[in-house]
Design a protein. Structure first.
Length: 450
């Protein structure tokens, strides 16, 4: 039975604010004050929009908890204004932000959830990087102005240890570019936290490999092709393939478990089977493919995004390789569709989205806590100001994602038998394509013709 025929935004036709009167809007992004005006920044384009005081309060009240009717009532009362006039004046801004994909509508108010500690935290130690990869979601390059100091990092690790978080994934930028990288990683390891490092591998020499081994770290290294020219082009740094390969060899020699991670693009998709063979030959522990999502620096290279039908072919090949005696292949997006769906059907209350904000989250280099990096720019809490456990429990933004249900999704996914398993997959990919609640833009069942 379809439960989403009238899901927010699903109906065709012009935007009607009156039709959304009982819906709950959420504008989750930062609003900065500049003298007597307020400014919001589009997370996709960087375009700034100025707001007057009334528009500022309108968006502040779009908090994921109030209905639009309640917001209009509050504003009209505060300004002693006619409700219809408030509606009419609000509609253009609400329509524009809805069309831009940065104002989200649901039928239900967000809920606050008491969850156990996350199983892991992906922590961007820095936004600095020695490469300029075409897909980089954080547009890494130079150091950010507000990056956590070593003291900040130690305090945060203490928070993690007190909360019994078992695992940290240290990323960036390039995490190993920090001079205090091993001090940070070592301090966390001393607290009994398992360390994983996500790196481009170019800075790993014999000493670094031995130090990683000494703290029991696992390492994920990005390698996009067996062909040096393709990898170097994608990473926009001549000679990077050779340095990465050398780093992998040194890690394996030091008995450090290595995951080889490849971002699949139109540049390298035909080479992925050969890259998998190379990983087998080298003694890699795990092979992992990642979809390209046009966000951050990647929004300027959207031609690299692979069509769902082509991704299905690659995923099917790797899925079949799992039955052989090769290296471990990490779970892949929509791989569940190669097996019969579960028999328990779809329920409107089924949670959608990945496990971001559920069993893991991201801490940015400046200390903000997000479900994942694709939502950089959201109004959220910072570990410099509040301890991590408080943020995990009380963050409005994290709890909004925990509140998302199958009844929020639009289109094909409403009736898909695999929805209870894939849960609509990557919400961030949909967000990068302008509609967080659309049927998943990467799914080959949604887009069989592409």
């Amino acid at each position: 039975m379809s439960f989403g025929q009238n899901a927010p935004g699903a109906a065709p036709g012009p935007f009607s604010i009156l039709e959304r009167n009982e819906l709950v809007p959420y504008f989750p992004f930062k609003i900065n004050r500049d003298d007597k005006i307020w400014v919001i920044t589009d997370p996709f384009t960087g375009y700034e929009r100025e707001l007057n005081e009334a528009a500022f309060w309108l968006l502040k009240l779009c908090d994921g908890y109030r209905t639009l009717d309640e917001i209009i009532t509050e504003i009209s009362g505060a300004y002693n204004a006619d409700r219809k006039n408030v509606f009419d004046m609000s509609a253009p801004l609400l329509k524009k932000l809805t069309d831009d994909g940065v104002l989200w509508w649901r039928r239900e108010r967000l809920s606050y959830w008491k969850l156990p500690a996350p199983a892991g935290v992906l922590w961007d130690l820095t936004s600095r990087c020695n490469l300029r990869c075409r897909h980089c979601v954080v547009s890494a390059g130079e150091a950010g102005r507000d990056e956590l100091s070593f003291g900040d990092c130690c305090k945060l690790i203490d928070d993690f240890a007190t909360f019994s978080i078992p695992q940290l994934i240290l990323s960036g930028g390039e995490p190993m570019i920090r001079n205090d990288f091993f001090d940070i990683a070592g301090y966390a390891a001393e607290k009994g936290i398992l360390i994983q490092v996500a790196t481009n591998g170019t800075l790993i020499d014999e000493t670094a490999a031995q130090r990683l081994a000494s703290i029991g770290a696992c390492v994920q290294v990005s390698l996009d092709s067996s062909e040096p020219a393709v990898h170097d082009n994608f990473r926009q740094c001549p000679g990077s393939w050779q340095k990465t390969m050398k780093g992998i060899e040194l890690l394996i020699k030091a008995d450090v478990p290595v995951t080889l991670a490849a971002t699949v693009t139109t540049m390298n998709i035909d080479n992925i089977p050969r890259l998998y063979e190379l990983a087998n030959e080298m003694g890699i522990t795990t092979f992992r493919i990642l979809p390209f999502v046009p966000f951050g620096r990647g929004k300027y290279a959207d031609e690299l995004e692979v069509a769902p039908a082509r991704m299905r072919e690659l995923t099917m090949f790797l899925h079949s390789e799992k039955e052989k005696d090769g290296i471990n292949i990490a779970p892949m997006e929509f791989e569940c569709t190669f097996s019969p769906p579960h028999g328990h059907g779809i329920d409107a209350g089924t949670r959608i989205g990945c496990d971001g904000a559920i069993s893991y989250c991201t801490v940015t280099s400046s200390g903000e806590v997000l479900p994942c990096n694709y939502f950089s720019g959201a109004q959220t809490e910072n570990v410099k100001e509040k301890d991590f456990r408080w943020i995990w429990d009380n963050s409005r933004f994290l709890n909004y994602f925990r509140s998302l249900k199958a009844s929020d999704v639009k289109g094909f996914c409403q009736d898909c038998n695999w929805l209870p398993v894939c849960r609509g997959s990557c919400i961030a990919a949909n967000f990068a394509h302008g509609d967080i609640f659309q049927s998943n833009c990467h799914c080959w069942l949604v887009h069989p013709e592409k």
